[in-house]
Write a protein that binds this ligand. Structure first.
Ligand code: ADP
Ligand code: MG
Ligand code: MG
Length: 883
């Protein structure tokens, strides 16, 4: 097997395409070498060797040694130096480098090949004994840490003591003799602590270091990082063995790092730092304050220390030139490492640089303008969920955070406000113009108006798909849920946490992006949707095939969604309208009525309210499709629950509390999710569906005559499992349509369709499509009913499932392609067989999830619908899915 790939002297055996085999660092070192850039020669030992190493109980392949030695001979030829002996000793850097960048997570050893003999040779050869002994002590320190497992602080203590004894403040002040003494102290510490000597055999040093770097793939730091960033654990790391170049050879030497553009703003100007007379790790370690690369950077930072541009004009000019070449070659902003050895520039690393979303946007758009990349490439450069950073206010990164507690980051953005504990208090505060954070143990549909009124929501119970989380995301309100370390004392109106108690009215800040709860009113940065955002989104819109609609229940939602580019409403949940203001009373009247006549009387009062809501929605969405879903939740959700509430409501309704209590009990269900809801309500109480249909049609007529543009009306029947259910409800809708059109003299066009949210409906899609004119996949319920997992209870065991590797993703967050997805594919195919022009969309939470959107594109759906704040994310994700 070929385990070793060489690079250097204008040529390389691998290249940028070999990232999987050579790791990012190795692949790009090879690429830079092939481009003829000044790269110290070296070799990359493949990730396959690493996988071999782990599969054989940490043994290196037999044929590896010969390949490494042969590549080493090449390096000796190119550099004119010899590994392990004088008079011109070759020193090596041994660097980790995985497929995905894992900055600082794995190990690197520099200056390998020094021992008590070669250090003397290096001193003579360079004419700088101080440099030689400084390099030797660095090597012992890194080798002692990485290979021998001695904490680097042990060495730092020795050095600090020695500096104190000598009266030095900085490492740079130590002389050759003094460093030589530090070396002997280091060797002594190793013997004392480990009972073995620092190895003098350079080849042994090399093999041990290669093994240690491979092993660093599974150190705790690296494993945690991979888990957090979803990097597979079975990729392994490559090892790069490279000739050392020295930035610590006096005042004409230096080392530094740079971004080819500003990673925070995206501005097209070289941005970086360097240190004179230093080795690479000094820049990161923060031992000395680095200097700016450019004069511009120096002026901006107000530093007195000269820039590299000023100090080393020739090396700088070459460096700037190389940065430009690298950008043009890779078509992206690069993050590079370099070293100047006695005036000669060497490139040590390049990779695509990490950047803020704002910078990513600007860089992508600028690169298109510069003719470096295509619009499609620019679209693919932005991670859709990162757009959230641009749409919500965020906490000013410069302020210090006083963290009171934390929970799950359920809905992004940050907001501050006074603590309130009830929805009523939130509404009252809003009316008085005060900003509040609604703090609850958990929320329920009755809290909706309070949630609307609040700036942010905090709950101490519940998961990412709890009521509070779903509703807050829908509204675009920052939300943290399940802050288990905190306790809500409702009776005394207190929020209690470890070491603090907050009263109603005290200021707190909720950071829904990090899940933190902060003390006080924290300064924010407001979102600014720059021109770059607009241009990139316009390209995305030209590119995608699916349309993007929004889930909107209120005119506020609808307006916000349109401003984010929604092309219609994919789901309007009418029940949310019944919680507003005084409507809940009328709704309760209807539910509690003894007979149909009583219900109709209450429904007559609800009719004008619904009509005016719909008229407003249709006017906002003029000319665009709007899908209205008939009443879905079980009726008891609208009724009071606790004994106190029952007494209160009974009084307001002029009713016996006992009677009310009995009605509430009668409507109680053991499993409401699978109970008397959806189309089952319309079948039991057709007068409710009739009222809703009338409100919808009359509103459509009114809006059409007002705006001159008809709405594309779609009426959706929820929770259908049988075609006969849909037939029954559709007949009722059709009859009302005929009535309204006779009364108004207007012909109102509409489609009647259903949500596919029960497995039976998916399986019988070809039959249901004989009646249904569109399907909307309600993937929240479809996931619940396919898995048989109630989403309100999922939080109690899904995290355990994930930890134990039973499932990878929470199916309520990322669509289960294998199971739920198969049902969707099957329903789409069967439905279209019956009715080729059947409209297909998705309206669950998944409609805003990029991976699920890609799946919808593959299934050939016509649109996705998501909450207003996710509309830009969905537009971008749909474009990427279409490329
Ligand atoms: P990381 O991935 O953590 O940045 P690197 O392998 O890039 O680790 O190396 C760590 C430091 O050592 C960097 O600052 C780098 O510039 C420096 N370095 C690596 N190889 C060499 C070399 N051949 N000559 C001089 N310095 C080097
Ligand atoms: Mg590096
Ligand atoms: Mg549903």
């Amino acid at each position: 097997t070929k385990w070793v790939y060489r690079f250097g002297d204008g040529a390389a055996e691998g290249g940028a395409a070999d990232v999987a085999l050579l790791g990012g660092k190795g692949a790009n070192l090879a690429e830079m070498a092939s481009l003829g850039l000044p790269v110290p020669p070296g070799m990359t030992i493949t990730t396959e060797a690493c996988l071999f190493f782990f599969s054989k109980g940490k043994a290196l392949p037999d044929d590896l040694q010969a390949q490494v030695l042969s590549a080493l001979v090449d390096m000796e030829k190119i550099t004119g130096r010899t590994f392990g002996q004088g008079p011109h000793p070759l020193l090596l850097s041994v660097r980790s480098g995985a497929r995905a960048s894992m900055p600082g997570m794995m190990d690197t050893v520099l200056n390998l090949g020094l021992n008590d003999q070669t250090v003397q040779a290096l001193g003579h050869d360079s004419g700088d004994a101080r440099f030689a002994w400084d390099s030797y002590r660095r090597f012992i320190q890194m080798y002692g840490d990485v290979v021998m497992g001695l904490d680097h602080e042990v060495f730092e203590e020795v050095l600090e003591d020695e500096k104190a004894r000598l009266g030095h403040d900085y490492d740079t002040e130590l002389s050759a003799v003094e460093w030589q003494h530090v070396v002997s102290l280091y060797k002594q510490v190793i013997e004392e602590e480990l009972g073995e000597a620092f190895p003098q055999d350079c080849h042994l040093q090399l093999w041990n270091t290669i093994k240690a770097v491979f092993s660093s793939w599974t150190n705790t730091r690296a494993v945690t990082y991979r888990t957090l960033h979803k990097i597979p654990h079975d990729w392994g790391t490559a090892v790069n063995v490279q000739a050392m170049v020295f930035g610590n050879l006096g005042s004409t030497s230096a080392t530094g790092v740079a971004f080819t553009r500003n990673p925070s703003t995206g501005e097209n100007s070289l941005y970086g730092e360097f240190l004179v007379n230093a080795q690479g790790e000094d820049v990161v370690a923060g031992i000395r304050t680095p200097q700016s690369l450019t004069e511009e950077g120096r002026l901006a930072s107000g530093s007195e220390k000269p820039s590299m541009e000023k100090l080393m004009p020739e090396a700088f000019a070459e460096f700037r030139d190389i940065c430009n070449r690298l950008e043009a070659h890779y078509g992206d902003m690069q993050d590079v490492e370099f070293t100047v050895e006695r005036g000669k520039l060497w490139m040590l690393q390049t990779r695509s640089g990490k950047r803020t979303t704002r910078a990513a946007m600007k860089i992508a758009v600028d690169l298109v303008d510069e003719g470096v990349i295509t619009r499609e490439q620019a679209i693919c450069r932005i991670d859709p969920p990162s757009l959230d950073q641009l749409l919500h206010p965020t906490i000013d990164p410069r302020v210090e955070r006083v963290v009171l507690g934390s929970g799950l980051p359920a809905s992004p953005g940050a907001a501050s406000g006074e603590i309130v504990f009830t929805a009523e208090d939130a509404v009252d505060a809003e009316a008085e113009g005060r900003k509040v954070v609604l703090v609850r143990i958990e929320t329920s549909p009755e809290d909706i108006h309070g949630m609307h009124a609040a700036e942010a929501i905090l709950t101490t119970r519940g998961g990412m798909t709890s009521h509070a989380a779903v509703v807050a995301r829908g509204m675009g309100i920052p939300c943290v849920v399940g802050a288990g370390g905190l306790r809500v004392d409702l009776r005394n109106e207190l929020l209690i946490g470890p070491g603090f108690t907050l009263k109603k009215g005290e200021m707190i800040t909720v950071d829904g992006s990090s899940g933190q709860l902060l003390k006080g009113d924290v300064p924010m940065i407001q979102p600014a949707l720059s021109g770059d955002f607009g241009r990139l989104m316009a390209w995305a819109d030209e590119t995608r095939r699916m349309t993007v609609r929004t889930n909107a229940d209120t005119p506020q939602d609808a307006r916000a969604a349109r401003s984010y580019g929604a092309e219609g409403i994919g789901l309007c949940r009418t029940e949310h309208m019944f919680f507003e203001g005084g409507r809940i009373h009328v709704m309760r009247e209807m539910i509690l009525a003894e007979d149909e006549a009583g219900r109709r009387a209450a429904l007559d009062k609800l009719l004008p309210m619904q009509r005016s809501d719909f008229t407003e929605l249709f006017t906002i969405m003029s000319g665009l499709p709007v899908t209205i879903r008939l009443l879905d939740p079980p009726l008891h959700e609208f009724l009071p629950k606790s004994a106190e509430e029952i007494i209160e409501v009974a009084a307001a309704m002029d009713m016996e509390p006992a009677l009310l209590s009995r009605r509430v009990e009668a409507l109680h269900e053991f499993n409401p999710m699978l109970g008397h809801r959806g189309c089952r309500l319309a079948i039991s109480y057709p007068e409710i569906a009739e009222m809703q249909a009338r409100a919808i049609f009359e509103a459509a007529a009114a809006a059409a005559s007002e705006t001159g543009a008809p709405v594309e009306l779609e009426i959706m029947v929820p929770l259908v499992g049988l075609r006969s259910e849909l037939d029954y409800v559709k007949a009722c809708i059709d009859k009302v349509a005929a009535d309204v059109s006779r009364e108004t003299g207007l012909d109102i066009g509409y489609l009647a369709g259903t949500m596919i949210e029960l497995p039976r409906a998916a399986l019988r899609a070809h039959v249901i499509a004989e009646t249904a004119e569109f399907f909307s996949f309600g993937t929240n319920d479809l996931t619940q009913t396919t898995f048989g997992i109630s989403r309100d209870d999922a939080a109690s065991f899904i995290p355990t499932y994930q930890r134990k590797g039973i499932i990878e993703q929470d199916p309520f967050i990322s669509l289960d392609f294998d199971g739920v997805g198969e049902l969707i594919g099957l329903a789409a195919e069967r439905g279209r067989k019956t009715r080729p022009d059947l409209k297909l969309g998705i309206c669950g939470e998944h409609g805003g999830d990029p991976a699920s959107i890609r799946f919808c594109e593959q299934m050939g759906l016509d649109y996705v619908s998501c909450s207003p704040f996710r509309v830009p994310i969905a537009r971008l994700a749909a474009a990427q899915a279409a490329i």
